[in-house]
Design a protein around this ligand. Structure first.
Ligand code: PLP
Length: 362
């Protein structure tokens, strides 16, 4: 069997260090918002060249608290992509705001900046691009539109830790960068965890309050907030992996190059635009014969996953938005053609060769 992700290999490689740091936390008895969370916030902020980082309970919460702290709520509109994980739209809707979808670029499957302006109304408050699969969205064009129309930009970096454009990392472009440390992400905890990055200290202050019941501490509550703290054990695990993140991403990129070399035109390969650094959270190919390829892989013990079979505008949960089939043709076509192949830093060359043979020889 070749799995999509093998978290056990990574765990075995760093087991001793993990046990050491976990024991440290257990002996300290400081489980919530302790020194490891602060150290992780400091390191992730420095890695991205931003001044503020706030650890929260998940990537979904990172998005939700960022949208809320930027003053977006009831009746406001947030422009985003229909080709993403559902949490992107959920986080907008938690605040009472409405997600307004814009179709994607057929090559990267990220929001198409050329189609954003036609969706801007007097209620639009923000653009929320997702760096899908680890390839950055076109931030230069998105930021130019945002500046022109005085909109905030919130980046969904759940899949793009370490990805960059011209050396500048995703999460450092917009008004807030929102990260998920879900276990299978490029930087993954041993449970749920997330983080918001930004440069505005007043918005950072609001997010810190929101993650902690609207309080600065000492049982004074200035607003109604949430319980959304990144816990100390997860921060300790993440600090061990943070030291290795460039190596992990480098290995993902090497695995992607090998796939690119071995796969024929039986499938469309993922693109990496010039000047962009893709971190291959997923290695996603496309084919009109996707289901056939997936069946062949499965029969031969190779996992593969369709991220995502139904674009958000066609999800039952958001039928209230009134979208219909045909509204976003590029996202709909992607949903019918995409197939993500096994991808993780420890994936071996022999496995990639076997997978490529199975994909090529249909
Ligand atoms: C694009 C995207 N946005 C948001 C999330 C939500 O993150 P989390 O699972 O940490 O809440 C995820 C991942 O799960 C994701 O892939």
């Amino acid at each position: 069997m070749i799995p999509m992700v093998d978290l056990k290999k990574q765990f075995n490689d760093i087991k001793d260090e993990l046990f050491h740091t976990i024991t440290e936390v257990l002996e300290s008895s400081q489980y919530i918002l302790g020194p490891k969370v602060q150290e992780l916030e400091r390191q992730v902020a420095r890695y991205h060249g931003v001044s503020e980082a706030i650890g929260v309970a998940s990537g979904t919460d990172a998005l939700h608290l960022a949208v809320e702290a930027l003053g977006i709520g009831e009746g406001d509109e947030v422009i985003t992509t229909p080709f993403t994980f559902f949490a992107t739209a959920e986080a907008i809707m938690y605040t009472g705001a409405v997600p307004v979808f814009v179709d994607v670029c057929p090559d990267t499957m990220n929001i198409d900046p050329a189609k954003i302006e036609e969706k801007i109304t007097e209620r639009t408050k923000a653009i929320l691009p997702v760096h899908i699969f680890g390839h950055p969205a076109d931030m230069e064009k998105i930021l130019a539109i945002a500046r022109k129309h005085d909109l905030r930009v919130i980046e969904d970096c759940a899949q793009s830790f370490g990805a960059a454009i011209g050396g500048k990392r995703t999460g450092a472009f917009g008004d807030a960068g929102c990260f998920s440390f879900y276990p299978s992400k490029n930087l993954g905890a041993f449970g749920d965890a997330g983080m918001v990055l930004l440069n505005d200290p007043s918005v950072a202050f609001r997010i810190k309050m929101l993650r902690n019941h609207g309080s600065q501490g000492a049982y004074r509550h200035e607003s109604v907030g949430f319980n959304s703290r990144l816990d100390e054990l997860q921060a300790a695990v993440l600090l061990v992996k943070m030291k290795r993140i460039d190596d992990y991403n480098g290995r993902r990129r090497r695995n992607a190059s090998l796939y690119n070399r071995l796969l024929t035109d039986a499938v469309t390969h993922p693109v990496e635009r010039a000047g962009y650094t893709h971190v291959y959270h997923q290695y996603t190919v496309r084919s009109a014969r996707r289901d056939e390829i997936q069946k062949r892989l499965k029969e031969n013990g190779v996992s593969s996953v369709v991220y995502y079979p139904i674009p958000l505008h066609l999800q039952e949960a958001v039928s209230c938005l009134g979208c219909t089939k045909g509204d976003f043709p590029a996202a709909e076509e992607a949903a019918q053609q995409v197939l993500s192949l096994p991808m993780y830093p420890e994936l071996e060359e022999d496995a990639i060769r076997r997978i490529a043979d199975l994909v090529n020889n249909g």
